[in-house]
Ligand binder design. Sequence first.
Ligand code: ZN
Length: 500
Amino acid sequence: MAKEPLMDFDKAIEKFDVVIGLEVHVELNTKSKMFCGCANVFGSEPNTNVCPICLGLPGALPAVNKKAVESSIAIGLALGCEIAPNGRFARKNYFYPDLAKNFQTSQYDEPIAFEGKLDVEISDGQTFEVLIERAHMEEDAGKLTHVGGATGRIQGAEYSLVDFNRAGVPLVEIVTKPVFGAGANAPELAGAYVRSIRDIVKAMDVSDARMERGNVRCDANVSLRPKGQEKLGTRTETKNVNSIRSVENAVRYEIQRQAHILDRGGSITQETRHWHEDRGYTSAGRPKSDADDYRYFPEPDLVPVQPESSWVESIRASLPENPQHRRKRLAAEWGFSELEFRDVVNGDLLDLVEATVAAGTSPQAARKWWTGELSRQANAQELSPNELEITPEEVAKIQSLIDSGDLTDRMAREVVAGVLAKEGSPEEVIEKRGLRVVTDEGALIAAIDEALSQQPGVLEKIREGKVQAAGAVIGAVMRAMGGQVDAARVRELILERAAN
Ligand SMILES: [Zn+2]
């Protein structure tokens, strides 16, 4: 299998209308699984978080995880959906080597949420309204590892291992209606949509939202039709794409691949496809018709889900601000340049900067701490900035001591280092390390006198207008005082002396 012939992207867009449809699976971060009490955690020893229910043993009876229902309702509401007052689970039957029940408990014709919409902005500022058809609850399957082959795929493998830890983990599947009219923006829109979903579920804290762990993954449907044609073209579904860049690239690739085939009078096979991130192409998976019969039927072991409207309304009232609105609001409030703001967002520092500003620091100072020294420290320790052993309140405290002249920038960095090294609060670190700016003017003047006596002629040079000559004296004073002086004040004193 290799890359197939492609049509130039711009040419493909000229000749064809692009229609995309996106199915995003969000893994919820509930403590336990969807229908049993097993722990829902990542990275355990294989087959340790399992029980008769999620292993599908005969006679085991499932029960619905209330928190998972609450999170699903929250996702539905955040996407502007209606919440079904009455919904049932259904069994989706087929052979699943990684789901021992041989059916997946899902929702079919009665999803918990339906008919929503999400405004998605792309980089040039255009906003597209993406209509949401449904968001339904289901369970994840386990994880297969194919061993012995060259590619890690089942083809050519000698044997396969199955880990059921993930089997039964709660998922919400969000399905869009077909998205028309994005044209050349279709790949970027697909990526931006997935990013929006990720940001929303992360802000709501209903999912860890780590795409590299598969917490959020996308099946991307793409079809083309000749310009002016009403009827939809045949679509392909590229499965389990788990990064935003890959979603963009997979959609772009499918547009170019399908355009090449259609342009030569060929036809598209309706099928699932796999995205190969390393080589940048999709390959055929299994054929998929619209009439695939999974023999759905209502799950007889579970009662219907009937959320009371008061519960739904209390969930609605507790939804956080939409992340896109929040970013716009903060960008306006803080007055950062576009580049400064992007650094904050890309560094995942929005919450930290916001909390530091709330603790009394100016937005610019808060930004500089988190994008500068603290990001550097986090990198050095291989942590994310919010895992650092320092709180926004402590950062704000340290900054206030700079503002009041009690700490120099260099000393402040030392205080930060002390807090990160768990030496205590900023005040305790300052005490233990003896970090206080020398504000005793008598001591400063004595140090300046000493430095001037070592470097005669400096005052003369300053009087002749060579103000930079003060630098050497400032350096000497700093050294003599162990750096614990405000260099700007020393400079002032030297210039005053020269003026007299
Ligand atoms: Zn279990």
